[in-house]
Design a protein around this ligand. Structure first.
Ligand SMILES: [Zn+2]
Ligand SMILES: [Zn+2]
Length: 218
């Protein structure tokens, strides 16, 4: 099991404290009316309702009727999980399965090809919730681990920095982002920024395996 226990997290009182500190900081930003309304609702929600939103995010769900509240709770959870992950000893982490974060058990939001010292051209999966990056060999399905039937698709005329890596074995795709070609890439934000690629893939045989708490499941 990964060291960050998601089952226990949902009832961890410190998460709500982190969430409220995060929401306090958002108060100072100019936001659309719908976002202000959601912020007020989350700030004053009963503990049980907040925990239900947290469970939904941790289980990879998306609430169509409460999308703004869900996004705010997800952002607060990301702060909390990233803080927990940052306190772990990387050398103590071990793989827990394909498509699973070794720190918190979350699904990847995408994978990135990097150009870093001692890691030229290496690939890392990026956790959708705690931001941990774990090494994952290239041309291998990030969801099921198969090395057979892996292909790449992108929108016509795109610059090749973000593609959908498809797998014929499990019928899914996860985006691969080439940070070595564009150093400004940020996995969670650029996953949303390339929604057009998901819409293209929606018409094909592959379903999306990655999780992004700021996108509806489709
Ligand atoms: Zn994680
Ligand atoms: Zn697969």
């Amino acid at each position: 099991m990964p060291p960050i226990d998601r089952v226990r997290l949902a009832s961890d009182a410190t998460i709500i404290s982190t969430l409220h500190q995060f929401l306090d900081r958002l108060e100072h930003f100019v936001m659309p009316v719908a976002a202000v309304t959601a912020l007020h609702r989350v700030r004053h929600a009963a503990k049980e309702e907040t925990q239900a939103w947290q469970r939904s995010v941790l289980e990879g769900g998306s609430l169509v009727d409460e999308l703004a509240e869900h996004a705010l709770v997800a952002a607060g959870l990301q702060v909390h999980l990233a803080t927990l992950a940052a306190g772990l000893d990387p050398s103590a982490l071990s793989p827990v399965g394909d498509g699973v974060c070794p720190a918190c058990g979350g699904a990847p939001v995408a994978s990135i090809i990097v150009d870093r010292a001692n890691a030229h051209g290496n690939r890392y999966c990026v956790c959708s919730m705690c931001a941990t990056q774990w090494n994952f060999v290239r041309i291998r399905c990030c969801s099921c681990g198969s090395t057979k039937g892996v292909g790449y698709q992108e929108i016509d005329g795109a610059n090749g920095t973000i593609k959908a890596e498809t797998c014929d074995e499990c019928g899914t795709y996860v985006k691969v982002m080439y940070e070595n070609l564009d150093t400004t890439i940020e996995a969670t934000a650029d996953d949303i920024g390339t929604l057009a690629l998901d819409l293209l893939m929606k018409d094909g045989p592959y379903r999306r395996a990655a999780y992004n708490p700021f996108l509806l499941r489709f």
